[in-house]
Design a binder for this molecule. Sequence first.
Ligand code: HGY
Ligand code: MN
Ligand code: MN
Ligand code: MN
Length: 420
Amino acid sequence: MGEAWSAVDEARQWRRLMEMGEIGAIAGGDGAKGVNRACLTPLDRKARRLLISWAEPLGLKPSADRLGNLFLRQEGSDPDAAPVLSGSHMDTQPNGGRFDGIYGVIAALEAVQALREAGAAPRRPIEIVAWTNEEGGRFAPGCMGSMAYAGYRPPDAWDAAEDPDGVRFGDALREHLAAEKDLPRRPLGVVEGRAPHAYVEAHIEQGPRLEAEGKDIGVVSGIQGSRWFVVELTGETAHAGTAPLSLRRDAVQDMVRAVAALNELMRDPSDVLRFTVGRIEVSPNTSNSVADRVRFTIDFRHPSAEVLTERGDAIERTVRGAVRDCGVSVTERFNAAPVEFSPVVTGAVERAAAAQGLSALRMPSGAFHDAQFMVPLCPTGMVFVPCRKGVSHNPAEYSDPAQLAKGTRVLAQVLAELAA
Ligand code: HGY
Ligand code: MN
Ligand code: MN
Ligand code: MN
């Protein structure tokens, strides 16, 4: 069965990626073509329909669970065996690229199709999955679909989460499920059903290492931890031309003080720690009124659980200590501990790369992934492929057809081994 991976069709996979990239296509700088395909939107549903249209002729059966996670199931010779799960996400950042997430979904389809064309007959069912809202771009936090599937949070935990237009996640999900009511409904992961046998996700690295070190495959060893917070500062709006500075309760000025103090807290000469303030909402958001409200996000990441706890738990008191004039609320939105992937899967990835004569580098993931929440359920791992200059969450994100096909051939061999 080892040769089954050679049936992976580079051109077919690239065609599908490019066709999928047209759904929500946006223009980036210097001619780059990106994608803005937020979760639970008509664009998201159009992309899912396209994926299903490629999968059904192969005999794969679509279904969806109550979080909208989409599954495409290929039966195995033992239909009662726990399935091997492989996939990623189809939603993108608002300024996303054509590979983040969707590559892992299309690679899983290509791998399954190649195994079929090579006449492989896995014992275990293989299920391709597209997780709901991995990015957290429209509704924070990310990984809602995989967290609910894994029982990490209750299925309705985020119903009240609002997008920038004030749409609640629960309403968008109800609308989405109604629009996809023709899809057979399936139990929600381990909450209502059973755990998979194993989970493997192919993904672009979203960092520069594989390209810089000239490696074909990343054998992902694990994922660093992430914590997300939202800080709300409440001051008092006033006339920019008349209100004395000494009397103002200026939410923007207090935000500046808070972020300066957080920068001190997050200082890391080794540049391992990641700290980002990526979304800032200001009210009334006019040039000649003092801001009475600011809401800003914190995305804090580190490979060490201790540092995540120590510095993450210091965020609220650091903000409160820095703010001078405003009311403060600090809410934690996401807390994903660092995870180590299973040697069952990392070993299979290493063996497949070696068998196929591909250079490989064992490395952790800086980005979080749905795989993070599969770790407690079953042997879990990821296959990385290089992306140009490590650029991601940017229309300039790019990986070439040959590199993507190498990752998919490794994925195909790993799936064949795990589903045997
Ligand atoms: O933010 C992340 O790590 C992922 O790419 N959504
Ligand atoms: Mn991703
Ligand atoms: Mn992403
Ligand atoms: Mn991911």
